[in-house]
Structures are given as C-alpha cells and as structure tokens.
Write a protein that binds this ligand. Sequence first.
Ligand code: ZN
Ligand code: ZN
Length: 367
Amino acid sequence: MKAAICTDTTSPLTVEDIPIPAPRTGEVLIRTAACGVCHTDLHVMKGEVAFPLPCVLGHEVSGVVEEVGPNVLNVKPGDRVVASFIMPCGWCSNCTSGLEDLCSTFFAMNRLKGTLYDGETRLHRPDGRPLSMYSMGGLAEYCVTPATSVFAIPDALDLVDTSILGCSMFTAYGAVRNVAELHAGQTVAVVAVGGVGANIVQMAAVSGAERVIAIDVDDDKLALARTMGATHVINSRSVDAAAVVAEMTGGAGVDVAFEAFGHKDTTRLATDIVSDGGQVVVVGIPAAGTQLEVDLARVVRRKIQIKGSFGAKARRDVPAILRLLASGKLDLSGVISQRVPLAEAPAIYQSLSRGEVLGRAVVTMGA
Ligand SMILES: [Zn+2]
Ligand SMILES: [Zn+2]
C-alpha cells in the first residue's frame, strides 16, 4: 500500500510503498477512504512534540472495514466506518472510571512509543524496519486500530467527509459538551477558527449559545466561521480583540472562551475576554513546554476557571455526534475546503504550516 512517511523533522513527508498491516485481537483493518489534515501532525513533523520516527502520521480517518481480528463484535467487513484519534484501551483505570479521553494506555503505548497495546507497531518498511503509528497511522491506504475507536456510520453520510469526525469534530464536541458543559443562552468566544475552531463554533451554536464570537487573524477563516454559526467576528490583527469583546458584552466578557490554536498569546487573549466566574477552555495543542502567564489575582478573585480539553469520550461521544450529523443538526462538509490525493499529502501539510488551509483539508485514498 502507499503511505505518507515522516522520516525526520527537517524534510517533507515521502509517499512510499509499505506492506498492508494485519489486525490482531480486538483490532480492525480499515481500507482508508480519507484522512483529515490536522495541526497536531505538524507538531510531530516539526519536532515540537516528541514522537519516535520514522512514523506514519494521520489520526482522523474514515473508510471501509477490510478485515477484523479475533473478538471484534461492533463492526464487520464491508461496514463504512469512522475512527476516533483516541483509541481507548477499555481496561485502564481511567477508561473504567469513564475517562476514556485520558486513557493511560493510549498515552503510554501510542503517544509515547508509537505502538498499539501489545507494544508493537503494525507498520513496517518492506525490509522489516518498524514505522511508528501516530494513532492508527491514517495517512495510508490501509490502517489498523483497536475496535473501541471504530464506529459504523449511517448510509446518508458522505464517507470521505465523515473523516473529520475523528479529530476536529470529536475534539470540538468534547470541549463544548464535556468540559465547558455549555448552556443555552450563554455567550461564547472562539479564539482561532481553523479546523477545530470552526467546529467549536458550530457545536456552540447547535448547543444554544446566544452569541458566538469568532476571533482570528484571517478574514477568510472568519467568513467561514460565520457560515458555521458565528454571530460576530473579530479580526484581532486589525483591532484590539479584548476591547471589542468588552464593548460587545457591556464590559462583562464571555461566559466561555475557547482557545483552538495552542499558543500562549491566543490563550492569554482567551483569559482576557472571559467574564467573572467564566471558563477558559484550552483546546489547541501547544508545543511542549509552552508556558502561560496570567494575572493570578484576577483568576482567584474573579473565579476564572482555566481548563484543558483533549478529544472526547470515544464510545459515548462518537455515536452522539453521528446522531447529530444524521439529523442534519451538524454540518460535515462546510468546514472542508480541499480534498487532495495521497500524493499531495506532503504539499498540503506545508500549506497548513503556512496557515493557508481554510477550515479542514482531507487527504483521499480512493477507497
Ligand atoms: Zn487532530
Ligand atoms: Zn484506557
């Protein structure tokens, strides 16, 4: 099969032929239809997040089940499926206490070692040298992932476009539903409206936010955010965003400020625009070691809550998102600006790195 391989942190991805992986117990082999292009992959490519190389990146996939290993009951060959980037093990203490989004096996085995849960990768070069897997290693024509992360999708949903459920929509849902616990009538700001931010905008709008203020430095991204449900947009390059939010809210600030870029300046802006007792929900993945300076006295005396949000609870939340999509309450394709073949994967990540991708781009494999 063809796969996009990240060999080191200084060169672009290379598309190479490698053997098709085989699923083991509790695992599913997916013939990949599409894989979303996510900023988190870029962090690995640039060495901002440590990960064993060489590897196959890509963690937001849809496709068709090709084969299942022993003890897989939730999907079968031929099913059209989507896979979440968090692959809950199901047995660690976090999973068993309902914190699948913090699955400690996922972090220890996949995010630190690039393997699945028997400690081995399923991907190799033709000569047998191992390739690490970032989640399922979705930038390839086939991928293997634990069945706990695989969900059959309704016939009405487009197979390629559903790929973005696996990270950007999943992450947006987790931030709005699980961490912010947004209530109807609340006022929300979303700082940085790329792929995840645009999905937070629509998730907040669907959840009944009275005002959804999108803040970005790019007018095209702000225009997209409007189509996703933003009621107000602010270009923070041309105006003082904190002052504009203060004016819009009568000096109060917003109930919830989401940060979806992963930078100290955007997180600082989110803390500046939140109301007394309000929540700052940090969703963007920063480079390792990034520090935030905040006015601690304000945090204490105005009861500002600063919360991290990572993904969502796969087995509970993916079916819920699929129901929202099937009912037409969420839009899948509006956020997707480009669909490119695997051969163009190296170039599209370079475009993403230059900030040129509007919403989400997806890499298609032709399945
Ligand atoms: Zn992602
Ligand atoms: Zn677990």
